[in-house]
Design a protein around this ligand. Structure first.
Ligand SMILES: Cc1cc2nc3c(=O)[nH]c(=O)nc-3n(C[C@H](O)[C@H](O)[C@H](O)COP(=O)(O)OP(=O)(O)OC[C@H]3O[C@@H](n4cnc5c(N)ncnc54)[C@H](O)[C@@H]3O)c2cc1C
Length: 499
């Protein structure tokens, strides 16, 4: 694993969950010093749930619990909370989207949790260690590492490398993989991370983001811990302004203890790698896609990459699947990355609009939040029975279609076990209590019997370890054949052009 950021650490956790030996190398000496991403959608929390980490993450997020609202005003002091807006499902119904709540937690608070968990799960995590070169052949990748503390160089041999090395991705560059997309989006911005005790100022008006409309200090204020840590995001490309004065104007209070911690110029971009794998090296996270932060999808899309790639690498490394299964990583995650990046690029309205009336021509917010992108090809078996029709995007109507995450339904009265929990790290076959499943299926495929509204009597769903429906039909023998065929590569997507 190259990169011990959010995606590298999640990839390591997913691989350990599948009992794969993993080494993470990270050139920095600490986890992210910047708060960066703060909103983790339900789909990411479902991944953490599978890894046994959801409660830990929610506990680490307690500072921002209840800070989910948007606010707006001329200054922070004058700002008012905007009305809460909760998207509905089909026909305006209130829907139970996920067994998990979304989570507001700053990336610099989340990464230490993931790092500790990865170490506890048995990953070798080496910070202060930079990948400086690598070479691959048919059997392995040989990585040249630099210990930035001692200056010593060493070699590490690996069967595969996941490059979670960020937007500039030296690994992607070395592989000669280009990127396509809309390029820069909107105007340059500056993020000013500062400390100031504003607990009393925001008391009773706790928010996630507050739009500041003061003509001399326009921008948005993001809560990092809801009390002392804040990020002000303003337009412009100048980093050497008198930031304490600008911030005090935006706040509308003297804030005598205000200290600017860092000033980070950035420009939103939408770029997606032209391929996600070359040989034994696979891109994940920002190395594969960068997108504007307006849909809070960058980190979440990276977590989904890690979840998708992890079970496939594990199946191949443990000899359970043919290497061709790995081709489905690009076939599935590259279109998903493009979808998330494109949707993020198109969400550029102000907070007032976002909080009250999202554009109905865009993907439904739950579709983004619940990983509702439907894979069209990949490690999937499309049936002849027309049960794998396209999933809508502008409405949230999950129905267990092939290529989508299984819809969430509670399986017990106490609401402890969800359909999401049926698969991962193993495969699952879900069917109703009255449906015959015939002879015992292949080993590694657990049969679960539950009557759920999206599965008519007599139908079966084959669910992959990443909770995605791989096949749907009525013939148990066809389900078993689909499972075996997917692992032996018969249904894998073609290797991308230019291999
Ligand atoms: C200001 C800001 C706000 C954001 N807000 C949101 C948000 O609200 N929601 C959201 O989902 N996303 C948001 N994002 C995006 C999110 O932070 C990224 O998508 C996320 O950090 C990607 O994680 P990553 O692990 O892929 O990459 P990174 O976090 O960039 O980590 C890559 C790691 O690789 C290491 N590395 C690089 N090269 C090497 C090498 N040769 N050897 C060893 N290590 C190496 C780097 O040191 C780094 O630690 C935001 C980003 C920024 C900058």
């Amino acid at each position: 694993m190259v990169g011990g950021g959010l995606v590298g650490l999640t990839s390591a956790l997913v691989l350990r969950h599948h009992d794969v030996a993993v080494t993470v190398v990270e050139k920095r000496s600490t986890t992210s010093p910047q708060p960066k991403a703060r909103r983790f959608h339900v789909r990411s929390m479902e991944v953490f749930r599978e890894l046994g980490l959801a409660d830990l993450v929610h506990r680490a997020a307690r500072d921002l619990a209840g800070h989910d609202r948007m606010a707006a005003g001329r200054t922070l002091v004058e700002a008012e909370l905007l009305p809460p807006w909760r998207p509905a499902g089909a026909g305006g119904a209130v829907v139970d989207v996920s067994p998990e709540e979304p989570c507001l937690i700053a990336q610099d608070a989340l990464e230490p949790v993931l790092r500790d968990a990865a170490v506890a799960a048995g990953a070798t995590v080496r910070f202060d260690t930079e990948l400086v070169a690598f070479a691959q052949d048919e059997d392995e990748v040989v990585a040249e590492l630099l210990d930035r503390g001692s200056g010593e160089r060493s070699r590490l041999r690996a069967r595969h490398v996941v490059a979670a090395d960020g937007a500039r991705s030296p690994v992607r560059e070395a592989l000669g993989i280009g990127r396509s997309g809309h390029g820069p989006i909107g105007e340059p911005n500056v993020n000013v991370y500062f400390h100031a005790d504003l607990g009393a100022v925001v008391d009773g008006r706790e928010f996630n983001l507050c739009q500041i409309e003061h003509p001399d200090a326009p921008g948005a204020l993001a809560s990092v811990d809801g009390r002392r840590r804040w990020v002000f995001m303003g337009p412009g490309d100048s980093t050497d302004r008198d930031w304490p004065t600008v911030l005090r104007t935006a706040l509308g209070v003297a804030a005598p203890d205000l200290v600017v911690r860092s000033v980070l110029p950035w420009r939103a971009e939408m770029l997606v790698a032209d391929r996600y794998s070359r040989g034994r090296v696979h891109l994940a996270g920002d190395s594969a896609h960068v997108m504007p932060p307006f849909a809070a999808s960058g980190a979440n899309t990276g977590i989904a990459d890690a979840h998708n790639l992890g079970w496939k690498l594990a199946a191949v490394l443990r000899g359970r699947a043919a290497p061709a299964l790995l081709d489905s990583y690009d076939a599935e995650r590259r279109p998903a990355g493009w979808f998330a990046a494109d949707q993020s690029s198109r969400r550029t309205q102000g907070l007032r609009t976002l909080a009250t009336a999202p554009d109905p021509t865009l993907a439904h917010p739950f579709v983004l939040a619940a990983g509702g992108f439907q894979y069209a090809e990949g490690a999937l078996v499309h049936g002849p029975e027309g049960l794998d029709d396209p999933e809508p995007v502008t409405a949230f109507e999950p129905a267990g279609r092939v290529g989508t995450r299984i819809p969430h339904r509670w399986l017990d009265r106490d609401r402890t076990r969800s359909t999401i929990d049926l698969a991962g790290p193993g495969w699952a076959l879900l069917t109703g209590t009255g449906t015959p499943v015939g002879a015992p299926g292949p080993s590694g495929l657990a049969v679960h019997r539950h009557d759920v509204d999206f599965l008519p009597a007599g139908e079966l769903l084959l669910i992959r370890p990443d909770h995605v429906v791989a096949w749907r039909g009525t013939d148990p023998a066809a389900a078993a054949a689909a499972f075996v065929g997917l692992l032996d590569g018969r249904h894998a997507a073609p290797e991308p052009a230019g291999a």
